[in-house]
Design a protein around this ligand. Structure first.
Ligand SMILES: Nc1ncnc2c1ncn2[C@@H]1O[C@H](COP(=O)(O)OP(=O)(O)OP(=O)(O)O)[C@@H](O)[C@H]1O
Ligand SMILES: [Mg+2]
Length: 462
């Protein structure tokens, strides 16, 4: 009841008996009510005062109920509308609902119906208001947790993080390398009720299979040669918090099966252990692979994918949100100014131009590295072109969408370089895979890359 007094309701009907009766009933329920007997006056009140709800007679003189509803929707006002109607006009009232009215009441109004319908309409109003407020705060923000960017694609990401944070759902984050997947995982953790619990990150590519399983599940003393004491795995360490599994697509298949079991049963055994350990862990996984392909290749088990991807968040590559370039540059400039006790103020115009034209295959991470290097190299107030690496060094793929297109008129050396960079891009910088595709050894790949980087440095120095 006390809560009801925060709601303002307008009752508009030209029949005084109805208006009085309704507003008496509403007052008894504790709502703040205003009475009016004319449609035009009703609209003026709604337009100028924040009513939560208006009960309006369909046939009221002046502006009628439908016209008022129409104006409310046109002006994007958040006031909910309930139409009051006589027996003969129910079909019109149904029309009004299609036009956005919450519901209708037929005369004579049944007090019980009124008592059920009003709280529901107000509940919807609360929800709409909260969403709108959230929308507005997100819109005005260029920073969300540690993430910079207000491109619509990033806002969508923030909205998803907000809605999923405080649930128990596992989350799968996809996106190219360097797009900020780990930042998103941390944001989800920080916004969840687990924020005070641990955030444990495991990179699945960093370990060979046996060691990865040992990392995840731990072991008992004597589980294998060298297991001189027991060791808790990341699952145990993340108890009450979040376990972030990076590069899940690189996890060996049988480890994936074990992980799935642990997720489904919320319990597991340490290596060499007999006792089941029960944990309360939220798992967030990430991959820079194309999910469809990873599933088709069998790199990611389908059952595990469904278990992990209750909620999927896909991060846009930097080249698809270039309006965020400047805010990102400013952020990194201040980070690296501080770290290097420098006071670089900004970027020369031709420098910005080069940064804008580049397609950033390494995304935000690459941009961050470029700014760090430039801040270190710069001696004056501004970062100049000479402080940037040669940003066209990776072939500009915008010109040739056909991956196999070879430009005639280039030296064999340049063509080889181009093909190597394109293949690296295709494999998302996975050198092992790129070498396999190109039919060269990993060592040759490294040698060639070192040679190209060396050439680039020499070109820059000359
Ligand atoms: N929106 C952003 N705002 C500020 N910094 C960002 C943003 N996105 C990424 N970064 C920075 O870029 C770097 C890479 O981010 P992160 O490690 O989260 O990427 P990732 O998607 O996990 O990459 P990978 O697939 O290679 O692991 C980090 O230093 C991070 O702080
Ligand atoms: Mg990562």
């Amino acid at each position: 009841m006390a809560k009801n007094s925060q709601y303002k309701i307008l009752v508009a009907d030209d029949e005084p008996a109805i208006t009085e009766g309704l507003s008496e009933l509403l007052k008894e329920e504790g709502y703040k009510t205003t009475k009016v007997y004319d449609g035009t006056e009703a609209w003026e009140l709604v337009e100028n005062q924040p009513f939560n709800l208006v009960l309006v007679d369909l046939m009221i003189p002046g502006m009628n109920g439908l016209e008022i509803l129409d104006e409310i929707k046109k002006k994007d006002l958040l006031t909910e509308v309930i139409i009051i109607t006589g027996k003969g006009t129910i079909s019109t009232a149904v029309e009004a609902m299609k036009a956005g009215a919450y519901d209708y009441l037929t005369k004579p109004v049944q007090p019980n119906r009124l008592r059920t319908i009003i709280p529901r309409a107000l509940e919807r109003q609360d929800l709409v208001m909260t969403n709108k407020k959230l929308e507005e705060t997100i819109k005005s923000m260029s920073r969300y947790e540690d993430m910079i960017g207000q491109h619509e694609k990033m806002r969508q990401v923030y909205r998803l993080v907000d809605s999923v944070a405080d649930t128990t759902a596992n989350v799968l984050i996809t996106g190219e390398s360097g797009t900020g997947k780990e930042l998103v995982a941390r944001a989800i953790h920080n916004k969840s009720s687990r924020a005070d619990g641990p955030f444990i990150a495991v990179n699945c590519t960093a370990f060979p299979r046996d060691i990865l399983e040992n990392e995840l599940f731990g072991h008992e003393k004597g589980a294998f040669t060298g297991a001189v004491s027991e060791k808790a795995g990341c699952f145990e360490m993340a108890n009450g918090g979040t376990l972030f599994l990076d590069e899940i697509g690189e996890m060996p298949a049988d480890t994936q099966a074990k992980l799935l079991r642990a997720l489904e049963e919320k319990r597991f055994r340490r290596l060499g252990g007999t006792q089941e350990i029960v944990v309360d862990v939220r798992v967030i996984a990430a991959t820079n692979r194309n999910i469809k392909k990873a599933l088709a290749d069998g790199a990611l088990r389908e059952d595990l994918y469904y278990r992990l991807s209750v909620m999927e968040i896909d991060l846009p590559p930097l080249r698809e949100r270039m309006s965020d370039l400047i805010p990102l540059l400013n952020e990194f400039l201040s980070i690296f100014n501080e770290r290097n006790t420098k006071d670089v103020k900004g970027f020369a115009p031709e420098c910005l131009d080069a940064l804008r034209k580049y397609d950033w295959p390494g995304n935000v991470r690459e941009l961050k590295n470029v700014v760090e290097r430039a801040v270190i190299l710069s001696t004056g107030d501004t970062i100049e072109l000479k402080h940037l690496p040669k940003l066209t060094a990776a072939p500009n793929l915008k010109q040739t969408t056909d991956a196999e297109a070879v430009s005639v008129g280039k030296t064999l050396h340049d063509i080889e370089k181009e093909v190597i960079f394109k293949t690296l891009k295709m494999t998302k910088n996975n050198k092992t895979k790129a070498a396999k595709i190109l039919g060269i050894s990993l060592k040759t790949m490294h040698n060639k890359l070192n040679k190209y980087y060396l050439e680039r440095e020499l070109e820059e120095e000359s």
